[in-house]
Design a protein around this ligand. Sequence first.
Ligand code: HEM
Ligand code: FES
Length: 662
Amino acid sequence: MTRTIQPEFDHHGTEANADPVAYYREFRERCPVGRTSAHDGFVYTTRYADVARIARDDATFSSERAPAGDQGVSFVIPPGAGLVQLPIELDPPSSTPYRELINPLLSPESVDRLRPMIAAHATRIVDGFVEAGSVDFVADLTNPLPAAVTLDWLGFGTDEWARYAKPVHDIFAAVAGSERARRGGEALGALEVRIRELLADRRARPADGAVSTLVAATRPDGRPFTDDELVSVVFLLIAGGVDTTTSLTGSTLVWLSAHPQERQRLIDDPDLLTDATEEFLRAFAPSQSMARTVMADTEIGGCPVARGERVLIPWVAANHDPAGFDDPETIRLDRDARRPPSFGIGTHRCAGAHLARATVGEEIALTMAAADGSPLPDWAPGSHVELHLPSGRIRQYSLCGHPESPTWTVAVLRAEAGRGGSKEVHDVVRDGLALTVRGPRNRFPLVDAPGHLLLAGGIGVTPLLAIARDLVARGQRPRMVYGGRTRSSMAFADELTALLGDDLRLVPQDTDGIPNLAALVAATEPGTAIYCCGPSVMIDAATVVCEAAGRSADLHVERFTAPSDQPVWDTSGDRAFGVVLARTGRTVTVPADQRLIDALREEIPTLSYDCEQGYCGACETRVLDGTPEHRDTVLTDDDRASGATMIVCVGRARSASLTLDL
Ligand code: HEM
Ligand code: FES
């Protein structure tokens, strides 16, 4: 039975506001699922497992307004005033056309294109307070920046953010019934009028900005979206985009100012910012809780709940559940915190996660770092730098020149099928073009060892070239095996032949096949350092081989994308399978060497995705038939066993065919 304990649970009460983490901890320990009469009564939850299960099960736990009693915004408790917000106040399949409408506007590629705009706003705002000599972080930075970015992206006028940033903040931060809430309500009305004007204007005169794309879009059946629907979508994009990001950066900057040593760590090692941002998201959970309505009698964590009841799912409590996160109340900048549900879980997972991360990253980096005009810093073999390209794309490349040189050299292979970074370097980067470069950083440092085996695949040769040069200069004889598609495509092959002579083996795939990594590793003495850089499949294979040989400690790898704790899959047995797309009836074949997500994206450009590495949950998709092979770190063992959903960016099929709810 669900219990009511005294004092009654109230997530808006003074005690909860003062320290939400401690408040939820106390309830989690005493009564993890309970009933309260606060705000007309609801069931609260506090555990990661309960929150995740409810968020995923949208058939039993609805986000829609009508079953919630139609008294206001359905996804919060108490229901706030305001327009219906699409798609967040619908359940699938009704929500799907709206998600398909906004997903392409907020995809990783689209956000990459927004980076120069984000950087320009961040620079303008930071320069403003640096010149003024003082700053109120909330008023001068964390509130205006997300508002400027979101409104600029949508296509509002350049200065309009100044009019709406504060009112939007009022709408979310005000206590119900207060003067501030009244002001927020008025601002809401003015914002709605302005959104309608902008929609009409962009229907008549398409221009830059997401609103032009929204008004031109049609539903799957060819009908355009109505103005009422689009007002609702645009309002949610503003509401979702502005205050959450403000809250995250505000809490982060306050924490960093109270922890100067940790702040210095981030300045010294900007690479840490990626993991640290996820950790700040976990710790501060800017969108603290959401709500659902129970559609059929069921139980939560063994406690019965009845149809019609409201349930609170607090992301902040889930993020601090020791069953989900080790030592959850300590903020660890280098924690692998990629699974916290701060962006939600399931069908309503935040559409703007990528934009939020891009804005927060730029804001924190710029606020902490000051540009200086000193000469290029020293670097050691194995280091890489981060190039900020004119389009806003950010790409990492290994330094492959000589460390003593006053200039830096990177080698970039044009990848026609890539995400566009290498093509841009080839097409756009010319002598004299100024580029922002961050680094160098070294996650692939050279260690002392009795011998070195260097395994290079394709353009992964670049850091190994600098490492080989350094070893030879120290009088050592590294052995290198370098695989590539064809001999003529293998960069630096001549230079390496001159440097290493017989200690180099070139393995062009068209004539010699793929290097036998197991044999190469077996031929080295234990303790020989094995360095591997190349395509993911090669690094995965080297990891599997070294693990099997008990040589994991000898292996050093450089990969630019995957998180350090991603499980490694032996992909050598991958085979082709078919996928039926249930909504259209179309069938797609996924060849053995193609990722499922790539095959799906060719058919469905609006597919939702983010990390593409199986840890964020953005691409979770329902499986209607067939047996998926799970390769993600998102789903629980129970989810996997049920086979009801899968993470399509990394997963494949065990059965010959899968039917997906797409
Ligand atoms: C740190 C910043 C952000 C946080 C913590 C955050 C958090 C969330 C959460 C928890 C949800 C899930 C709601 C639910 O399950 O009921 C959500 C949904 C959503 N967010 Fe965000 N958000 C952030 C930034 C953004 C940005 C920048 C945008 C867009 C510009 C955005 C747009 C949306 C939209 C449209 C949804 C609804 C998706 C749907 O219903 O399918 N968010 N967000
Ligand atoms: S896109 Fe992140 S889990 Fe698939």
